[in-house]
Design a protein around this ligand. Structure first.
Ligand code: SF4
Length: 361
């Protein structure tokens, strides 16, 4: 299989579906970690290829969705500083903070710019020496290496007017939090293929063994997702709990060691708040002492910001797989992709957005 179309081939999808029906004898709840997988499940209506015994639970793998409200409010405070050019990936501009979003700040005169890479932000810094350039460094293990690289480059090139507002999250501690919850319903995980592309999957063996929970490293196309489901259902029915790499065309056990080396040079693990979930020990990344000159939270005075979450948004429960988007009173009414009330309706990887766009409910 070389081309994307082959991973959407209805004959292969149907054959996998048939096999899952044959194998599944009991009821199982399977959580797909990644918002990209949720998007694929909704877009291709993959639940219609599964027996009713198999339930898919959407996990917290949308980086935009889990960026804590306090960080969005800090981003808004930085953007409103006339000395600052605030740079960010486009998705973050529409995520609601306590008082509006970055797009509204831009409309009100803040210099907020969309970039496709932190290296673009670094270029803005060299072109605007009289300004402070801040990059909003969010995401999972996938984006952390290139964000780290921008800091290394800034230090190497002695660029002093660049810093990052960092809000990185790590997947394995979130999986452990879910599995150790007293009301956990998850029997197996589809792990996020792109995170494993960077980090490998050595870390997952101990999780699978400790919680007796099968994990399949899974890609994003319909065939990938169904292959991952078949893999974990087969294990569940055979009472095994191993890590299986079902995305071997991209992922290796050790991952991208150069990217990991770059990441760990700049960052170290720290406790991290996940929006709607709370603080998860050692689930985030903070900038190491050697690079603190590039930490926007230390460079600027961001004290005294008060953050207030919307009372009507149930994103936290959706991100933990406890409720579905259509169970939110705001879904499709007050909250739509054009007028999002919470982060999961903003990002394409957000569950609310995926349900709204594809409406397979
Ligand atoms: S539909 Fe909107 S308000 Fe409701 S949980 Fe999703 S993002 Fe929040």
């Amino acid at each position: 299989m070389k081309y994307i179309d082959e991973y959407r081939d209805i004959n292969v999808v149907t054959a996998l579906s048939k096999r899952i029906h044959e194998v599944a004898k009991h009821s199982w709840n399977i959580m797909e970690i990644c918002g990209g997988q949720t998007h694929s499940i909704m877009k291709y209506n993959l639940t219609s290829f599964l027996p009713p015994k198999i339930s898919l639970i959407h996990g917290p793998g949308c980086p935009v969705c889990v960026t804590p409200l306090e960080k969005i409010d800090k981003a808004l405070a930085l953007a409103s500083n006339s000395r600052v050019i605030f740079t960010s990936f486009g998705d973050m501009l529409r995520v609601p903070g306590s008082q509006g979003d970055l797009l509204k700040a831009k409309a009100n005169g803040a210099d907020v710019r969309t970039v496709y890479s932190p290296l673009d932000a670094l270029k803005i810094a060299t072109d605007n020496l009289s300004k402070e350039i801040v990059f909003f460094a969010i995401g999972f293990e996938t984006t952390a290496p290139v964000n780290a690289l921008s800091v290394i480059q800034a230090q190497k090139q002695n660029i002093k007017n660049y810093s990052v507002l960092s809000s990185h999250v790590l997947v394995p501690p979130a999986m452990e939090l879910i599995l150790s919850s007293p009301d956990n319903r998850v029997n197996a995980f589809l792990a996020a293929g792109h995170v494993c592309t960077v980090m490998g999957y050595r870390q997952y063996h101990s999780i699978a063994a400790r919680y007796k929970t099968p994990i399949a490293i899974t890609g994003f196309e319909p065939v990938d997702v169904l292959q991952g489901i078949l893999s974990v259902v087969t294990q569940l029915e055979n009472n095994t709990a191993l890590v299986k790499n079902e995305y071997a065309r991209i992922v290796t056990e050790e991952g991208n060691e150069n990217a990991q080396e770059t990441l760990w040079r700049v960052f170290e693990t720290s406790d991290q708040t996940w929006r709607g979930i709370g603080t998860i020990p050692k689930s985030g990344l903070r900038i190491r002492k050697e690079f603190q000159a590039y930490d926007a939270e230390l460079k600027f005075d961001l004290t005294g910001i008060k953050s207030t979450e919307s009372a009507n948004c149930i994103a936290g429960q959706i991100l933990q797989g406890k409720l579905k988007p259509y169970q939110c009173n705001e879904f499709g009414k007050a909250c739509t992709p054009e007028n999002p009330k919470g982060a999961p309706m903003v990002s394409h990887e957000g569950a609310c957005s995926a349900y709204f766009r594809f409406q397979n409910i």
